[in-house]
Ligand binder design. Sequence first.
Ligand code: HSE
Length: 440
Amino acid sequence: MATHHIGIGMAGFGTVGTGVWEALERNSQLISNRAKDAFSLSIKKAAVRDITKKRVPNAPDSLFTTDWMEVVHAPDVDIVVELIGGTTTAFDIVAEAIKLKKPVVTGNKALLAERGEELFKLSSEYDTPIHFEAAVAGGIPVIKAVQDSYVGNRIETMSGIINGTSNYILERMTCGGLDYLTALKEAQELGYAEADPALDVNGWDAAHKAILLATLAYGFTIPSEQVYVRGIERVRTIDIDFATQLGYVVKLLSVVREHEDGAIELRTQPSFIAKSHILSSVNGVFNAVAVRGDASGEALFYGRGAGKEPTASSVVGDLVEAAYTFVHTAGHRGFLPYTDAGKLLPIEETETSYYVRFEVDDRPGVIAQIANTLADDGIGISGTHSPVDPENPDKEFRDMVFLLHTCPFGKLTETLAKCEALDCVKDEPVVFRIEQLATS
Ligand code: HSE
């Protein structure tokens, strides 16, 4: 017989919330057994927008309210789960719960990446933890790995695919021949996308997760406005086809890397990854994060990065950890900064080779003009390509691709601005990094 009956209050009861309810129903006995009957867990109150919507079969109507304050203040709610997303109301919910000394479980990466410092200060002040495994890579326990298991390592790199929606879209465009919008719709129907899918496709969902990982690894507050982020909105089938021809796969990649002088490189953008690298096989909604520690060497964390049950798995894991607060004390679990010396490497100083696609007017001299502009600035070209229709070799082309040797991103950006100013170039060039990832 459980000693403590611990009540859960849910702010938000959508896809993931339903998954949490179902997982608790299905596995409550298992959880109690594993906790040696120290506690039992049950959802007591849930704040939702539409109280009339039927969500789970066995839930009494009295479970639901539209008022999150009622949930947070309910006397039988001991732990608050925040799953509404966003950075305003979600902030108020988490802050209110902490002030009432109720531990919080959240999957909200935007909230923690943008306003984590304020919340974790509060968490420390009130000695009440915030748990956030579900905020990064859905069902993969990478937060606990970086925060706890790797605590004895200097983290050298963390690179990975950490947005399931964009990975799903890129794979469906690559293997299923789908266009971008149809693939996005599919991802939404499967419950992978955020309430606002713009964050998935503009790169910010992945960037928020990378910021969280970097903050845990390097101990300083990372201003999100200094982080370089590009999404997949401008990726076209032509880029995917070129990548395939060249032996690469297009992925939305987040890179975190510590340089010798201590500066932290942190960026998210569509990238070419060699087909031979393990990350190129991470498909669909799967995520993978390759973490390299100075002692551990490289480890790959791979699994489902989004979706109802995988994300619920992380929330329930955190709920059980939070429940131990009532048995033992847990204190704060966040990432209060421990150094003022941390600094981000300016994106201009980061270096890779590049694939650049120019939208051009097909007229004599176009290739020469772009090539000369690149050459004048000392940027080497390793290959060029434009699609030729073998049936109609005189057909005008619209896209011209250049593969460029490694140079600083700042130099590339300046030169591309000159290219964009050429009469024959019609739009801002599209840039992909060609990532050379460690293989051992
Ligand atoms: N929308 C997110 C993704 C869900 O697609 O990865 C998990 O954060």
